[in-house]
Write a protein that binds this ligand. Structure first.
Ligand SMILES: *[C@@H]1O[C@H](CO)[C@@H](O)[C@H](O)[C@H]1NC(C)=O
Ligand SMILES: *[C@@H]1O[C@H](CO)[C@@H](O)[C@H](O)[C@H]1NC(C)=O
Ligand SMILES: *[C@@H]1O[C@H](CO)[C@@H](O)[C@H](O)[C@H]1NC(C)=O
Ligand SMILES: *[C@@H]1O[C@H](CO)[C@@H](O)[C@H](O)[C@H]1NC(C)=O
Ligand SMILES: *[C@@H]1O[C@H](CO)[C@@H](O)[C@H](O)[C@H]1NC(C)=O
Ligand SMILES: *[C@@H]1O[C@H](CO)[C@@H](O)[C@H](O)[C@H]1NC(C)=O
Ligand SMILES: *[C@@H]1O[C@H](CO)[C@@H](O)[C@H](O)[C@H]1NC(C)=O
Length: 391
């Protein structure tokens, strides 16, 4: 081939190719998108992508999967399939819509993203709540879930499996063999240690899939009293090493709230707090951890009482009890004196009803006030008498 011919061939090639590489092209959209449920939780979507002949060899393309409703990226994949799990909460009106588009990744001069294609994923069965208050707990020898059927007269099937979209997760599905306890149903989970789970509840026409949050029961707390301190000691939580848990405790001392304090223990799970023997204490606590796959926490414990306020003489009690008694005694004394003076000086007789009224007032004030704040006493008991005495 002569050099001229080579040049002409090159020139004609360049003329053919150049406009293409500079012009804008759209990548073709994915075709024949077909969703398929691998189980009740996992969807596989497959499609075909006709690669354009004139796409540069070096051009890498990826597929972007978006959630149409939420305008949210779900995934980007390089091959022509996509697998993900969807739970009942992800569906609005039984249909979930994804959009898939092909995107130039790199070295695709002039090639643009394709139009998105929509894929409608229909729920395997329509949603119904079916169960209420579904809760799962880690126990020392396994895990257990509890629930209440919405309609106890209807048959339900409950299944669980480890969370995820891998083949081994899909294959781990098990029946939750329920037995009834006081209107609640429960079943023990046979699981690899501490995996998060998916739950499927279904009857013939409806289903509900969800991811229950794992919880733990609050461990028991005991209180040991020494001269100046209360020692709060917790039992070991049912699972996990001691150091994994965070214990938060808050209490009332003589009715005053003490703010929550949180502790992480390495050994004996004991906290000492200053103890006022004249106070009644009310303790509450919870535990939580983030050291498992997901956060695990307990409910708030019941209120645990310690100590009592009665028969305890402290300076506060002296003020609260003794002073009002003295004040009231003074009131009675002054009324008595007033009556005596009346006789000695022969003043106009005081109407007995007035005395009665005074006594009544005093009695009422005694009932109302003696148990209350002493400051109010000095305000109410004392001014009452001088006013009457002035007459
Ligand atoms: C997805 O596509 C890749 C590459 O073609 C293939 O290896 C894989 O098995 C496919 N996955 C599914 C679930 O079809
Ligand atoms: C391709 O993308 C460029 C820049 O984003 C834009 O200017 C152009 O109009 C697009 N072409 C097509 C065919 O969409
Ligand atoms: C765990 O222990 C309790 C008693 O402590 C027992 O009732 C329950 O059946 C046990 N659960 C499992 C899964 O072994
Ligand atoms: C399934 O549950 C739904 C909702 O609770 C109920 O309306 C329906 O009758 C149930 N179907 C069967 C076959 O029990
Ligand atoms: C309380 O603590 C004291 C000293 O630490 C110990 O001797 C006693 O046995 C404890 N009592 C209880 C009930 O744990
Ligand atoms: C508990 O541990 C603390 C230190 O972590 C220690 O001071 C205390 O004596 C221990 N109490 C008991 C009863 O072992
Ligand atoms: C535990 O109690 C603390 C203190 O009151 C609180 O901040 C925290 O939210 C509680 N944890 C849970 C899981 O309820």
């Amino acid at each position: 081939m002569s050099a001229t011919l080579k040049f002409v061939t090159f020139l004609s090639f360049a003329i053919m190719v150049a406009p293409h590489s500079e012009a804008d092209h759209r990548l073709p959209a994915p075709q024949n998108c077909t969703p398929h449920w691998a189980d009740r939780f996992v969807v596989e979507v497959k499609w075909i992508w006709p690669k354009p002949k004139d796409l540069p060899e070096s051009c890498k393309v990826e597929f972007e999967i978006r959630w149409t409703d939420k305008q949210e990226d779900v995934a980007r994949v390089k091959h022509t399939n996509f697998t993900y799990y969807y739970l009942s909460k992800d569906f609005t009106a039984n249909i979930l819509e994804l959009s898939i588009s092909s995107k130039p990744l790199k070295d695709c001069n002039g090639w643009n993203e394709s139009d998105p294609v929509k894929v409608n994923i229909k729920a395997p069965k329509s949603y119904a709540e079916l169960v209420k208050d579904f809760r799962c707990f880690y126990l020392s020898n396994g895990s257990k879930c509890f629930w209440t059927p919405v309609d106890p007269s209807k048959d339900l099937k409950v299944y669980y499996r480890s969370r995820g979209k891998e083949k081994k997760d899909i294959q781990s599905l098990k029946v939750c063999e329920a037995f009834k306890m006081e209107g609640r149903n429960s079943c023990s989970l046979k699981l690899e240690k501490r995996r998060d789970i998916f739950v499927l509840v279904e009857n013939e026409t409806r289903m509900n899939t969800f991811e229950p949050k794992m919880e733990i029961y609050v461990p028991k707390m005991s209180i040991n009293e020494t001269e100046k301190y209360l020692h709060l000691t917790w039992r070991k939580p049912a699972v996990g090493p001691d150091g994994a848990w965070r214990f938060c405790v808050w209490y009332k001392e003589c009715g005053n709230n003490k703010p929550p304090r949180c502790y992480e223990f390495s050994q004996n799970r004991t906290v000492s707090i200053p103890y006022n023997k004249c106070c009644r204490y009310e303790f509450q606590y919870n535990i939580s951890t983030n050291k498992f796959n997901e956060d695990v926490s307990s409910d708030t414990s019941e209120v645990i009482h310690h100590g009592t306020t009665s028969f305890c003489i402290s300076s506060a009690n002296v003020v609260a009890i003794i002073i009002p008694i003295i004040v009231c005694f003074c009131v009675i004394l002054s009324i008595y004196c007033f009556k005596k003076h009346e006789k000695i000086f022969g003043c106009t007789r005081l109407d007995p009803s007035v005395i009665k009224e005074i006594l009544n007032l005093k009695q009422i004030s005694q009932e109302n006030q003696c148990a209350q704040d002493p400051r109010e006493h000095t305000d109410t008991c004392t001014p009452l008498v001088p006013e009457k005495e002035k007459r």
